[in-house]
Design a protein around this ligand. Structure first.
Ligand code: NAD
Length: 293
């Protein structure tokens, strides 16, 4: 069994981006710029955005943060997006999800300029993904694909089971794994909360991507020996032994499942780190596209 170390992969990919930024600076060019919009005071969202900004700083990207109150009118957020769309110095825009109830998430995502949509959630980028055209790929599935590539894991012809069909993780993941490309070419089964006999699909899977948000859901008796297990889950579970009062749990019962796998990602230290790295790569690609226009 080999643990797929998000830290090692992300450090390696970030070092490449860092070097690109150094070269840009030497040539006197501006550096890539990611703008984030954070609404309200959701603890997890605060942590994610802070981490995205810190990672930008670490590799030399410019970042900026627009903070808005929880109870703002949708029109205020729309104005901020239009400003960032029109700002020629901004390459990537991300609106941290989830959004407050009064705001229509899909409408907001659709307003982001697709050429700056580094989260890859805009219908145009989603459509391109389905067609296998070059696009911004949602960061979590993209990060997982980068990990498979880094470890040179052969997925061709394998049966992959993706658990969870959200637009940001499960569904794009299922599309990516089914594409006729290297580190893909899988036969994919997309499972969700209404799937009957989920265990039987999992037991037949060569690859399982667990993205449902139920801590420890995937148990040892649900997997085939030698399977590749990718744990996307991130749930805060109360833990009085931690200073923060919680610990982070994945969707896989790691201690029981790991000995049976060929490869497995840990939580933390797996997919989460890759998500941020993929976002940085998308931002860099957005920058390159803008500068080649
Ligand atoms: P979501 O709530 O939008 O979707 C969950 C999906 O799981 C749904 O499609 C639902 O049908 C399915 N599901 C729920 N219960 C199920 C069950 N019992 N059996 C089978 N399927 C079931 O969640 P999401 O945004 O896709 O996130 C999923 C998990 O991944 C969460 O823990 C989230 O925090 C985490 N996440 C991690 C990263 C990362 O970078 N590692 C990024 C995004 C999300």
């Amino acid at each position: 069994m080999q643990i797929l170390e998000g830290k090692i992969v992300s450090e390696s990919l970030k070092n490449i981006l860092k070097e690109e930024v150094i070269q840009l600076k030497i040539k006197g060019k501006r550096v890539p710029h990611l703008a984030a919009i954070l609404i309200g005071e959701n603890g997890a969202s605060e942590t994610y955005v802070a981490s995205k900004i810190k990672n930008c700083e670490d590799i030399g990207f410019k970042s900026s943060l627009v903070r808005l109150e929880e109870n703002i009118d949708e029109s205020i957020l729309i104005d901020e997006i239009i400003k960032l769309n029109n700002d020629v110095t901004v390459d990537g825009i991300l609106v941290q999800l989830p959004l407050p109830k009064q705001i229509n998430e899909q409408k907001i995502i659709s307003l982001i300029d697709p050429s700056k949509d580094v989260d890859g959630f805009h219908p145009i980028n989603m459509g391109k993904l389905v067609l296998g055209e070059s696009s911004f790929i949602p960061a979590t599935p993209y990060g997982i694909m980068l990990m498979l590539e880094y470890y040179n894991i052969n997925t061709s012809g394998k049966h992959a089971v993706v658990i969870g069909r959200s637009n940001i993780v499960g569904r794009p993941m299922s599309i990516l794994l089914s594409q006729q490309k290297q580190y893909a070419n899988c036969t994919v089964t997309l499972c969700h909360s209404r799937t009957e006999n989920l265990v039987s699909y999992c037991k037949e899977a060569d690859i399982i991507v667990a993205a449902l948000g139920i801590p420890g859901f995937l148990k040892a008796d649900m997997i085939k020996p030698g399977a590749i297990v990718i744990d996307v889950g991130i749930t805060r579970v109360e833990d009085s032994s931690k200073k923060s009062g919680f610990s982070i749990k994945g969707d896989v019962d790691f201690n029981a499942v790991a000995p049976l796998c060929s490869y497995i990602t840990p939580v933390p230290g797996g997919v989460g780190l890759m998500t941020i790295t993929a976002l940085l790569k998308n931002t860099y690609n957005a920058y390159l596209q803008r500068n080649s226009l």
